[in-house]
Design a protein around this ligand. Sequence first.
Ligand code: SF4
Length: 428
Amino acid sequence: MLMTATYPEKKNLYRLPYSLNDNPIGWIEATDICNIKCKGCYRLIMGEGHKPLEQIKEEILFLRKWRNCDNITLAGGEPILHPDIAEIVSFISGMGMKSVILTNGLALNDDKLKEMKKAGLLGFSFHIDITQTRPEFKKEKIKSELDLNDLRLSYAKMLQKFGFYAHFGITVTSENLKEVPELIRWAKDNILLINGISLIIYRGLPVMPGVNYYAKGQKVDMDLGTLGYTVDKEEFNQIYVKAQDVYAVIKEHFPDYEAMGYLGGTADHTSFKWLWGSLFVNTKGKTFGALGRKTLELAQTVYHFTHGTYLVYPKKRIGKIVFIMSLVDPIVRKALWKFLKYCIVNPLRFFYPMKSLGIGMVQAPDLLEDGRIDMCDDCPDMCVFEGKLVNSCRLDECRIYGDLLQIQVEDNALSKEKPVIEETEIEY
Ligand code: SF4
């Protein structure tokens, strides 16, 4: 069956107001050391080890000054392994910014969490997926992403004791797209423990005849393994999931979900590089609706007016108070009606706790058939490399070649058959 994706309407979305110069997120690569290996990891272990504390502080000050950040994301490698991680977090807190750590969780324990809480960390975004080489996996037979939900939940419970923000990032391919609804169902059933899910679409840079790579004007040899995300022709042709495919699957299973904000692509006007929305869920697992673009626009504008930066990672979780936005936001109004009808049947239902679950899609850079790379327009995840801002997903090109790669694609080299995404019931 030929499939056509469901595209969210741009008029119903708020284009996040981020830019190169005024962007709520700054990205720090604290280390290139990691304690596990993940397929498609953006970062190669090149023996650089932990970045010196003074250099990290300089980068934080750079990001604060030139990006006007609300939050610093600490990544790597595994940032928890950095010996000065508590001091780095304290330094960020001292600058009046929030911080979130991207982690695989393996090195976390109660003592570490206590230390991070004291330093002022907001929370963690976990990357746990089936492609990883984790010691825990040896004990079990892991056949699908869903088999990892108990492990994810154990981390969410650890965080709850300390009141941390808990987020989970999951890599989506055409193979596991069909598991997305169950993953969301799992998050929904644990709404008090989980703040959000990011569905990160797997990407690959092809190593194949007709695709030529250049750095600083010189042709470079590209092999599988030169970068963490290089793939062969066969695998490249299998990667065909786009944010709108994921959106369509979510909408089909959770009609109450709405995307409210987006960032488009730098080269392809049809791409949604960041697509973000929410789902109101109560502790009985009942969904009511979502936030709309008007709430997001108002929140960003008011926050910028009052704080001088755009908002990312709100410190407090939104509960029923959000229904006040029904005054201006028709999407929230719809949710309020559904909630009221639900409560009329049994007024006690009003008191069941309700939270918003953030559900976002990130479609990392795509190589287009003409050799252009479609990046996230006004990339939020920029880091510092030799005094310049660089997209963190392409940092390794700079580490290896000193600059971002240019790509020349010979005619029709990238034409590929669009594979059918199995077992989804998206209408086309
Ligand atoms: S372009 Fe920026 S936001 Fe997009 S995947 Fe790369 S680092 Fe992340």
